[in-house]
Design a protein around this ligand. Structure first.
Ligand code: F3S
Length: 644
């Protein structure tokens, strides 16, 4: 016997051996993108100059930037649609639903591998799929037939026993996992569920758990594929996609933890971290201004049918507002057909389209200082669209109780717990999922003015002759500091020249202009303290500086994902051999590194940097694998993948 994760990974193993911590290269069967990351992923795929994707299945979703307040988002949608048609990618139109919910319903397949340019791609792990959230460039490479490389993770077996009591849900299971593991405890691990308790959980419930497993920092999470999986696939008219993947046993795991479902109670994650979990009862009586139900975590048919039943004949409390976004058009249609939608509407809830919407502060930002309760997976500072709001994460059942009573309260006050049985059959309508053209060569890609061509990724030069320090920053700079997000900047993700104007704008509004000025004269360097580039995996925090002509960054240390993104973008991540040298550098200093290409190609370290302005030398080093060094020499991962 072996763990499910290991057996699926081993079936897809092309390079390396399965040894914890060692790098492996795996073949990818499926890819998904959403629009906010997808535009860049497809620009990168186009740069690979292939006629067709090489994956079994690739799907492009539009669910993030669905608000159309000017030309940018609709232009991006049209671009995505034309790229999909040309290169053999399915296109899920805006309004069809949130990528992970739709993927689970229509595409997820036990035993397959999936990479998606969205951190909640592990949702498909609820179906027994190895599903990993990655950067857009990794998706582009996978679509081009390239391997996905990762460090072999440890497998943490999570044994579920017992059965959830009424009003205790899958959301409470993952909140309990987060309470135990915290937001760091899953790093370098795959969370694999086993034990008798899993038989009590439907596929969407399992998917709620694997979706929010991303918040532990885990590589992914996975459930077995059993009769329950088969039933779900049968309802979706995809029984032929089922194959059995039996659960593992205790000896298959590197670590084990156990959760007795019968002993759980409703939980809540307090502001501003999904790992800040306490028992709901500790917060009874807290007045709430706004409630949101939906997101890729909790917007399945089961979730929303339960919500509708609980809302039936009830009204929303006058001091709170309730917004509901069904996860997919399939869910919305079913709710409409069986009358559940009428119960939701009669309660006074506001119904939004099937999209991410309020999860990223789009269209339902709360009032100043609001207390907000959401069924989502993240409650980071500012995520609601209002930096003064405090967001709490709960199950849909608890959210209904809060909306009805206007405060955090015991959901049992809503009466007997409604039992939901999945219908044997639902109406299947994939008309909002467009198939690619049979002959892609006839399709012309449509680019509006918001789609800027990718710049050239230049190979590493022999030497860095004269590179100016264009910014010096202290410790713990996040990718948000480097490349801010938000409703104004998000639509610029397909436009590197425009989005790069916002790099570091919160710290140093003149940065972009200054860096760009240096671009024709040898480019710029960034000097940073410890843990540079922590936070979100945002690949634009590397791509935009690359566009501005940044050649290398010297830091006391780098956050791992940002370091990887720098390598992928062809920016050399260097670290000080003596951290005190940080203090000897200033904005405007001119640095030279002779024979840098040879040093990197041959793995020579340390490297001597000469500070022309201060007339002194200092040593830097790097932590790059053989493959990383090759990528840097070639000018980034895109050039590397094209060559391979
Ligand atoms: Fe969308 Fe929020 Fe999920 S932005 S993909 S609903 S985490």
């Amino acid at each position: 016997m072996t763990s499910i994760a290991k057996s699926v990974l081993q079936k897809h193993l092309v390079e390396g051996t399965f040894e914890v911590g060692k790098e492996i290269g795996i073949k990818i069967d499926h890819t998904l993108t959403q629009d906010a990351t997808g535009t860049m992923a497809y620009l990168q795929f186009e740069a690979m100059k292939l006629d067709h994707v090489k994956t079994e299945l690739s799907v492009s979703f539009v669910d993030h930037n669905t608000l159309q307040t000017d030309f940018k988002n609709p232009d991006d949608h049209r671009y995505l649609q034309s790229v999909a048609a040309k290169y053999g990618i399915k296109f899920s139109r805006p309004g069809n639903g949130i990528c992970h919910q739709v993927f689970l319903e229509r595409f997820a397949t036990p035993g397959k591998t999936l990479v998606g340019s969205d951190s909640h791609t592990p949702t498909a792990g609820g179906m027994g799929q190895i599903a990993i959230g990655v950067g857009g460039l990794d998706v582009a490479v996978a679509m081009g037939g390239g391997l996905f490389y990762l460090k072999t993770p440890k497998i943490l077996g999570i044994k579920l026993t017992g059965k959830l009591p009424d009003y205790v849900t899958a959301k409470d299971v993952i909140l309990e996992v987060l309470r135990i593991l915290t937001v760091k405890g899953g790093r370098g691990k795959i969370l694999e569920y086993f034990g008798p308790g899993i038989k009590t959980l439907s596929v969407p419930e399992r998917a709620t758990i694997t979706n929010m497993g991303a918040e532990t920092g885990a590589t992914t999470s996975i459930f077995p594929s059993d009769e329950i999986t088969k039933e779900f696939l049968k309802m979706e008219g995809r029984e032929d996609h089922w194959n059995e993947i039996p659960e593992g046993t205790e000896e298959d795991y590197d670590e084990i933890m156990e959760i007795n479902l019968s002993e759980l109670e409703p939980m809540v994650a307090k502001p501003h971290s999904p790992g800040n979990v306490v028992k709901l009862s500790e917060l009874y009586g807290l007045k709430v201004d706004q409630v949101s139900i939906g997101s890729c975590t909790n917007s399945s048919l089961k979730d929303l049918e339960t919500v509708a039943t609980l809302l039936k004949g009830r009204k929303i409390h006058p001091d709170t507002v309730l917004g509901i976004s069904p996860g997919s058009r399939q869910v919305m249609t079913q709710l409409a057909k069986d009358g559940a939608l009428a119960n939701i509407i009669s309660s006074g809830a506001r119904v939004f389209e099937s999209a991410c919407g309020p999860c990223i502060g789009m269209g339902f930002a709360p009032k100043t200082g609001a207390i907000v309760v959401r069924t989502y997976n993240r409650n980071f500072f500012g995520r609601t669209g209002n930096k003064s709001a405090q967001a709490y994460l709960v199950s849909p059942e608890v959210a209904v109780a809060v909306a009805v009573y206007g405060e955090i309260t015991d959901p049992k006050k809503l009466g007997a717990y409604p039992k939901f049985d999945f219908p044997k059959k639902i109406e299947l309508d994939d008309s909002m999922i467009l198939d690619p053209a049979e002959d892609g060569s006839k399709i012309e890609i449509i680019r509006g003015p918001n789609i800027a061509p990718l710049p050239d990724f230049l190979p590493l030069t022999e030497s860095f002759g004269s590179v100016k320090v264009v910014i010096k920053v202290e410790d713990d700079i996040t990718t948000d500091h480097i490349m801010p997000a938000g409703a104004k900047i998000l639509p610029l993700r397909s436009n590197l020249p425009e989005i790069s104007k916002h790099v570091f704008e919160q710290i140093d509004p003149d940065f972009a202009e200054r860096a760009l000025k240096e671009k024709p004269h040898g480019g710029g360097a960034i000097i940073a303290g410890d843990n540079y580039g922590q936070g979100s995996s945002r690949e634009h925090a590397a791509l935009a500086p690359m566009y501005l002509g940044i050649k290398f960054k010297i830091a006391k240390s780098f956050a791992r994902i940002h370091r990887d993104n720098l390598i992928n973008s062809g920016i050399l991540p260097l670290t000080f051999v003596n951290p005190e040298d940080f203090d000897k550098l200033d904005l405007g200093d001119i640095l030279t590194i002779p024979n840098v290409k040879q040093s990197i190609r041959d793995g020579i370290k340390p490297i001597i940097v000469h500070n022309k302005t201060k007339h002194l030398d200092f040593k830097v080093t790097y932590d790059l694998s053989d493959r990383d060094r090759e990528i840097i020499v070639l000018g980034g991962k895109l050039n590397y993948a094209s060559q391979k």
